[in-house]
Write a protein that binds this ligand. Structure first.
Ligand code: PMP
Length: 331
């Protein structure tokens, strides 16, 4: 592998055994450590595939503009990839996303447009605004303008079939019994479920959903209904995206923030691994899947990104207290 380009370092992330939760369940629970990617999240994979696809299909060339609506991580992945190919990047992000992610995006040279967080049904939703900006720009730009469209562009799913699923299969020597993760775009769950089921139909795939998302009820009883809310970022949704539509799902679990954050804090104390909230939802899902599948099974989940990306929230006593969330004793 060529090592001189940073984008060649996307993927092939380590698979780490999560000791505490493995002991608790008498299973082997592993986390795919996606914070090892250059943009430090699982979204580098989708970003790379989306940009490469646009270049290959000659929709864009050096000097062109990628436009995307993102909770932050896809934007950071795109910033890494765009720099490599000499592309410009315009990001539309909801104001509610962490200050840390927005600062990284600015440092990486992205043009950041912050908008109010409104549901997808509203025409001012960040995803819809990003499409409109891309459409407007494409009328007057001659190096190409591409809307990433990570939610409904299934190149996103393809990235995880080709890379994440194959890596999990070889890192477990084909001995994986179950996989679970949360859904933002659905690319990870769809791609890994398709990739693993292609190898072995018996591998159980479960959705790990935060509160406030409608997907748990959709998997359980085909109704898009939600209860509660979550401070986690990048996951949970009220609609079926083209990527999620492709996922092959056997089961679903729902986890609240208190349970997820306790797991995040526990992992810091026991294994010095610092993760964001969505990874806590994923690990909780892995425990629930392990309990359902029984002892001595191998379960894999995704460690989506680094907790320092949310320090102003999940390592901030005042913020946690204001949301009635657990405060670790060392904070
Ligand atoms: N966790 C975090 C922190 C994310 O930013 C995302 C992507 N928005 C996900 C999980 C979910 O990944 P996907 O988009 O592949 O469903």
């Amino acid at each position: 592998m060529e090592i001189t380009s940073i984008i060649n370092q996307i993927g092939n992330t380590p698979l780490i055994k999560l000791k505490q939760v493995s002991e608790l369940t008498n299973c082997n629970i592993y986390g795919k450590a996606e914070y090892f990617n250059p943009g430090e999240s699982v979204k580098d994979r989708a970003a790379l595939f989306i940009v490469k696809n646009a270049l290959e299909k000659k929709k864009i060339e050096k000097g062109g503009i990628i436009v995307e609506g993102t909770a932050g991580n896809t934007g950071i992945g795109l910033a890494v990839v765009c720099k490599e190919y000499g592309l410009n990047l315009k990001i539309v992000i909801p104001k509610t996303q962490s200050i840390e992610k927005k600062n990284i995006l600015k440092k990486l040279g992205a043009d950041l447009i912050e908008v109010d967080a409104v549901p997808y049904s509203n025409p001012n939703n960040y995803i819809k605004q990003s499409k409109k900006i891309a459409d407007d720009l494409s009328k007057k730009h001659n190096h190409g303008v591409v809307w990433g469209n990570q939610f409904d562009n299934t190149v996103n799913t393809e990235a995880h079939i080709v890379t994440t699923a194959n890596e999990i299969w070889s890192q477990t020597a084909g001995q994986v019994d179950g996989f679970t993760c949360a859904v933002g775009t659905g690319g990870t769950l769809a791609g890994v479920s398709i990739g693993l089921k292609n190898k072995n139909r018996n591998i159980k795939i479960a959705l790990s959903d935060p509160m406030g998302s409608s997907l748990y009820s959709y998997v359980k009883n085909k109704k898009l209904e939600s209860k509660g809310s979550s401070i986690t970022e990048g996951i949970g949704t009220a609609r079926i995206t083209k990527n999620f539509e492709k996922a092959i799902i056997d089961d679903a679990f729902q986890t609240d923030d208190t349970e997820a954050l306790r797991l995040v804090y526990d992992l810091i104390e026991k294994q010095n691994i610092i993760l964001g909230g969505s990874s806590g939802i994923n690990i909780a899902g892995a425990i629930k899947l392990a309990k359902k599948l029984g002892k001595r099974k191998t379960i894999v989940t995704i460690l989506c990104d680094d907790g320092r990306r949310y320090a102003s929230k999940i390592f901030n006593k005042e913020f946690l207290k204001s949301k009635n969330l657990p405060v670790p004793k060392w904070l």
